[in-house]
Design a protein around this ligand. Structure first.
Ligand code: IMP
Ligand code: MG
Length: 181
């Protein structure tokens, strides 16, 4: 991708850095207040949620442990394959933790449905999901996050960890992707 094309693909900023920062600050406070004194394991779903995880965990002021899982549901481009595969799993004994799954975006809901069903079988003390973004219009399976920071309409977004064919993850804001050049 040329730099010219790269810039034209970023259609417009949808959520600014400051808005993201503020929302994460509040979410971190909520988690710190309601989980205080309990063993917390934050499980981030790679690759998309790595930026959100990094910022959220630094707004949590009580002791917590971090873990990472890798799930693939997109091949390339903006269309879901429909099939979810877990390529890297967590190694912790979940029966010792209150688990909070940290996700970048819920789209069809398939990824989190698969992951939640899988983790529930390991008997965590509790299991909750926090997502940065939610696209409820796109849902194909019944799934609701316990905490969702921003609800957006049905368009493809990039930045703040979210990619299109692995590009744009490093944008510090959330932008709408321009599919037609
Ligand atoms: P779901 O299984 O359809 O809910 O999709 C979940 C995964 O698809 C997310 O974790 C993202 O990695 C990816 N995804 C869904 N919508 C978008 C988007 O608008 N931009 C970038 N990635 C997306
Ligand atoms: Mg993801």
């Amino acid at each position: 991708m040329t730099f010219e094309e790269y810039k034209r693909r970023i259609k417009r900023v949808v959520i600014t850095e400051d808005e993201i920062k503020q929302a994460i600050k509040e979410a971190g406070k909520k988690i710190s207040d309601s989980y205080d004194g309990r063993p917390i394991l934050l499980v981030s779903i790679l690759n998309g949620a790595f930026v959100f995880m990094a910022d959220l965990c630094r707004e949590i002021t009580v002791p917590c442990e971090l873990a990472f899982m890798c799930a693939k549901s997109y091949f390339a481009g903006t269309e879901s394959s429909g099939k979810v595969t877990v390529t890297m799993d967590v190694s912790q004994d979940l029966s010792k933790y209150h688990v909070i799954i940290v996700e970048d975006i819920i789209d069809t809901g398939r990824t989190l449905k698969v992951i939640c069903d899988m983790l529930k079988e390991r008997n965590p003390l509790s299991l909750k999901v926090i997502t940065l973004l939610d696209k409820p219009e796109r849902r194909l399976v019944d799934f609701k996050a316990d905490m969702s920071l921003f609800t957006i309409p049905d368009y493809f977004v990039i930045g703040y960890g979210l990619d299109c064919a692995e590009y744009f993850r490093n944008l510090p804001y959330i932008a709408e992707y321009e599919p037609n050049l």
